[in-house]
Structures are given as structure tokens and as C-alpha cells.
Design a protein around this ligand. Sequence first.
Ligand SMILES: [Zn+2]
Length: 426
Amino acid sequence: MHKKPVLLILLGCAIGIWLAAAWLKENSVANVVVAMSRTADNEWFVSYKFDEPVQRATFVRNSDHSRIKRWQPLEPDYYLAIDSETDQEYIARVDGNSFNSVAFQLTPSYVMLRKDYAPFAPFSDGGVGWFSGRFKVCPESCSSALRFTYDFSMQAPLSDYIRLPGESARGELQWREEASDGVVVYVGPQAPREALDDGLQTIIDPILPDSLKQRLARDVPPMKAFFNQRLPLLEQQPMLLASFSPTDNGRFGYQGGVIGNQMMLHWYGHSMAERATAPYFVEDTLWFVAHEIAHLYQGGQFTTDQAWIHEGAAEFMALSYLRSIYANGIYLQHRVRSAEEKCASTSDPIEIHYACGLLWAQQIDDRIRQQYPHGLYFLWFTYVNELATQGRRDSADLYFELLAQLTDEVFAQQLRAQVAARYPQL
Ligand SMILES: [Zn+2]
């Protein structure tokens, strides 16, 4: 064969591959338009539009089945159901035909989802924080090879501010997201303020007792300073949302969460004034807030299958912060003792993440401090930096690798075995 035709064929192939790759890149993304709206009467609606007709739309996050009750289709031709095989909620048409768009009216009250962020956190001044991740659907199924993007929009009366970290508007705001996680969108009367000295955007429910508001204003800046001295600095200004919702079933407590650079603190119960006078309310609040701030500094690197790594570390960091400010010693002893008791007896994996996680983090800290004074923080400093530069998602291996470097192989292996023995499913 002559050289020239071979070269031409090769060139032809290369162009073909290049064109195919460009076509695949163009066609491997499916976009979903998600339009959220709130009326002046606090009625909430969500509507979806798809590029191509779909037979069903499956929700990305399925921590319970409460959408079935809390979402009403605007047209009777549509319904929500649960896939018996995957246990995921989905939208479909009654007649089985495909569709390009669908809309629902929503119930914008607080529900606690054990394994996910609350879809709506109402504020007593009429504001609402809603979690965009709850509203993401995949055309057909989420296991498809397509990459999904979401064009969100929020429409609200002009009296409302619509706020995202670093963005704010009145009337309407649009933004784009990928499939992972989401953001908390604040819609309500609280206007964005110039960044304060403490470098924090705050949206705080006015119903929270003054004592708690003052504590947040007074305690959050030194907490941030504490973490700034020990962990890589935050790249963006964080947003703090603190809210409260009343309950009438006797349940009370608090729930927090960190998504990206947003930190949510939510209290619920009969009344906040009653809660605020309970014994150790101050210590509990400090622990809770320090735990969530620790997550902010963990750089969004949360392993899902070995959650003890970040939950246990956040528990330990809360404990060490409270020790550093000489908080009530009896309270701190009680927290450690109750973690020991729970770790020894519970069979709930979530409790193991927190209770055993605290004890394992303490063990790691003791051992690293034999050589490095910052102990567990030093491990986390290198861990957060490595994850940020390498972008590794399977991070448990990396955690043990770095632990072995700061201690030794034997200690890292022992701890790994201890963890594996405690989670029967691992
Ligand atoms: Zn946590």
C-alpha cells in the first residue's frame, strides 16, 4: 500500500473520531428547567420542562416518600409514585404517554428528613429557605449515562429578596446547577447586608430569643478564628441561616447542615423561650454550632459510606473548641460518657458515625499529638488540601493513608480494623 492513501485514511478516521466526540459531548447532556414560584399568599409551585418528551421523571434525592402527600399535580393527568424496585419517587402521566412539562403545588412547611436537608425551612417573618437538591429530577432515570444540568429560576413577589451565596435579586433570580447536592435559596424580607467584619452573611429568624441571637453574634467570630488557626481558610464568604419552627406534637430539638459554604441551623419545638431556659442550652448550642462550623472547614469533602470520618471529626472539633473556651466541665464529661455508652450499645449506623466517630477521632488526636501539637486538625489540614488539589472522591483510603504517614502503618491498620468491626455491614 502507498503511504499517501494510508495517511489519508488515518486523517479521515481522526476527523471522524473528533466529530463523533464533539457530537457525543453535545448530546450527552440533558437539561431540565425547574421554575419555582411563590405567590403573595405564600402558595408555592414548581414546574419542570424537558428538552425531549419523557415517560417519567425520577427524583435525584429520595430520603422518604413525603412528596406523594405534599405535592399536588396541577393537572389531574399526572401522578407521583414510588418505583417498587429502586424505591425512588417519580412523576408520570395517568395514560402512560410521554410529556414535556409538568407542574405541582407544594406544601412549604418544615419536615425533618433524617438523611437529607429539609425541603423548606420557614422563618417567622415570612421568609423561607428551600433546598434546591430536593427538586432535581432526571428525565426517565437517574442511572442514565447522561450528565444532567438544571436551569433554576425563582419568582417571588417584589417585596421578597431572593438570596443565594453571593447573589441576590428581587422578583426573579436564575441560576444553573449540576446534579450533585444543591443550594439553600432564601426568599423573604431580609435584605442582604454589607459583609460584616466576621465575614459572614447571616439570615437569622427574628423569633429566636435575643439571648441566642446575641450568642450567635458573639460566639461565631471566635469559633471561626479558632478554625482559621487550624484548618485551611475558607475560600468564599459563608452564609449562615438560623431558623425555628413550632411543633405541637411534643417533639423538640435542632438540626443542622452544611451545603457548600452555607450553614443551616434549625431549632424546632413547642416554643423557643421554653427551650432557651433548659439546662445546658448554652453548651448544647455552642456544641451544635461548632460542629456545623467544623463541617464548613471540612471543605465539602464528605464520604457517604464512612460518615464517621467527618461526623466524628466534627464532634471532636466541637469538643475541643468547648474545652478551649473552658466550657462547663461536667457537661463535656457527660457528652464524652454518653458517646461511650452509645458507641458500645447502638446498632444504628447514624449513631455510630457520631458516637463512635467522636471516640475514634479522639484516639487519632491522642496519637498524632505525640508528635504534632495540632493532632487531628493537622490530619484534616493535609486531608482537605489533598482532596482539593487531587479532587479524589473516594476519600476514606486517602484518610488512612495520611493517618499512616502522621503516625505509622500499624496504628492506621488497627484503627481501620476497629472501625470495620463496629460496622457489621462494612
Ligand atoms: Zn454533622
